[in-house]
Design a binder for this molecule. Structure first.
Ligand code: SF4
Ligand code: SF4
Length: 482
């Protein structure tokens, strides 16, 4: 396609409208082409190699054919394959995190978000460092170890210095046996220099949702403010990587535009990062437009059914097997239950999307960014995951061991990361159970740990993990990791 170039640094060339439209046309044309669909599924299957399990992944065109296909047996096959890939690389582990809203001051005009500048009836709140201390203690008291901080774009109220100060405060708080060990950051597109400052502050992943890859819709949905600049926003991940951040998280807000367009755009963005920087995205998030103050999701006529949502998740898992996938409490327990086994590797639990919502339990939901569908406590979510046969993990080891970017990806691609993830999940779950869990959760959790310890293939690793878990149970020693 004219001007399409995944290696280009120009948004219009790596997210090329012509290529996306041609991909959608090709996918529709081949949506019932069984030999082609079979060959795509075959290519994506996990294979045993000398270095471990390997998956080839798919191009955006191949994955789009799967997404377009509605032959029931083939769709079933896709789900089985997604599950197989998820098992091969992520096992039954689900990493837990919580969002922390720092400030809802924002100068942008995003029409789907209640924090848009013209919303005059939402209370504007910015957390002080003391407020943050209270929020973080409340989060630590729940058992969280991994946060994603969020703030609107406002150079006066939320400048980079404020974000950096917040990160420092968060990392500095030690309350009982608690600690926040990884802070991921979701703030507006910024400069290489600012990304370098974030890197130096020790952030985990830099997350920025594209919202929509469709340029015209993007311009209409972001009518005012710096975010109106499609190119600056779309090229943000390149600047982040230039600034030294090698773990970046992509995402679109499904429901704003036609999902087939977004799906192809998302995968093209991942291909671009791989082509230019040698590392694909660390995570992909799959939020859907939800109700909030001043926002009615029904005005966006591209909303997705749960069935389509499920298929998108399966197809992403098949296309980019090494990329973590995140689902938030925007989704109900029922939806989360349907998609967990298809490839989701991280979920949020007990989230408050209100600024200051953790310390102030009784805080009205008047400053929420979106309605939370899944309102359960973290303990309930942990128990529910275990009932579903998953291991809730509070692991943050990689970034702290310097396993980021291509170092992380090479371990991930060889399947060796499993040797760390599995025992780390068990040790961090043991910490959670001892320090924060209710009695029922504790009983269920230790029984699960006992069963899972037996599955660790290397004798040496099993013995060390068992000893660390014993130490956690019998002392205040924490933070063991492989
Ligand atoms: S989506 Fe982000 S940038 Fe847009 S109005 Fe909301 S907080 Fe501001
Ligand atoms: S070992 Fe690394 S990849 Fe595995 S769960 Fe922990 S932080 Fe994630």
């Amino acid at each position: 396609m004219k001007n399409y170039n995944p290696e280009s640094r120009k948004a219009e060339e790596f997210i090329n409208d012509g290529e996306i439209l041609e991909t959608i046309r090709y996918a529709e044309e081949n949506s019932r082409n069984i030999p082609l669909i079979d060959s795509i599924l075959e290519k994506a299957r996990p294979r045993m190699t000398e270095g471990g399990v390997h998956c080839a992944g798919l191009t955006h065109r191949e994955a789009s054919v799967l997404l377009a296909c509605d032959i029931p047996e083939k769709v079933e096959e896709m789900y089985r394959l997604a599950e197989q890939i998820k098992q091969a690389f992520y096992g039954n582990r689900i990493v837990m995190f919580a969002p922390l809203y720092l400030s809802n001051y924002c100068v942008n005009g995003c029409v789907y978000c209640p924090y848009h500048l013209r919303n005059r009836h939402i209370p504007r709140i910015k957390l002080s460092q003391d407020d943050i201390r209270r929020e973080v203690i409340a989060l630590q008291d729940m058992g969280h170890k991994r946060l994603a901080i969020e703030a609107g774009e406002d150079p006066v109220n939320n400048p980079i210095e404020y974000i950096l100060e917040c990160i420092e405060t968060i990392y500095s708080i030690r309350h009982k046996n608690g600690a926040i060990r990884r802070v991921n950051v979701n703030i507006a597109a910024t400069t290489v220099e600012n990304y370098r400052k974030l890197k130096d502050a020790g952030i985990g992943t830099y997350i920025l949702f594209q919202e929509t890859y469709h340029r015209q819709s993007y311009l209409e949905l972001h009518p005012t403010g710096p975010k109106h600049d499609y190119d600056y926003h779309t090229e943000a991940m390149d600047r982040a990587m230039e600034g030294g951040i090698d773990d970046v998280g992509l995402g679109v807000l499904f429901g704003l535009e036609k999902y087939k367009y977004e799906f192809a755009g998302l995968l093209m963005h991942a291909e671009h990062l791989e082509a230019v920087h040698g590392v694909g995205p660390h995570t992909i998030s799959v939020p859907r437009v939800k109700h909030a103050d001043d926002i009615d999701p029904d005005v966006f006529d591209n909303s997705l059914s749960d069935d389509v949502f499920e298929k998108i998740i399966a197809c992403i898992r098949i296309a980019v097997p090494y990329t973590g996938m995140i689902i938030s409490t925007r989704e109900s327990r029922e939806v989360r239950e349907r998609v967990l086994h298809l490839g989701v590797s991280q979920i949020s639990g007990a989230s408050r999307t209100t600024v200051g919502g953790y310390a102030e339990e009784e805080r009205p939901h008047d400053s929420e960014q979106f309605d939370v569908s899944d309102q359960r406590t973290l303990d309930e979510v942990v128990r529910w995951l275990m009932q579903l046969g998953c291991i809730p993990s509070f692991c943050t080891a990689c970034y702290r061991e310097g396993r980021t970017g291509d170092r992380f990806m090479s371990l991930c691609k060889s399947g060796q990361i499993q040797n760390c993830c599995h025992p780390n999940a068990l040790m961090t779950l043991a910490e959670y159970l001892i320090d924060y869990a209710g009695e029922d959760t504790k009983d269920m959790g230790f029984a699960l740990i006992e069963r899972e310890l037996e599955k660790i293939p290397r004798d040496k690793t099993r013995v060390i993990a068992r000893q660390h878990i014993k130490d956690i149970m019998e002392s205040n020693r924490r933070d063991f990791r492989f």
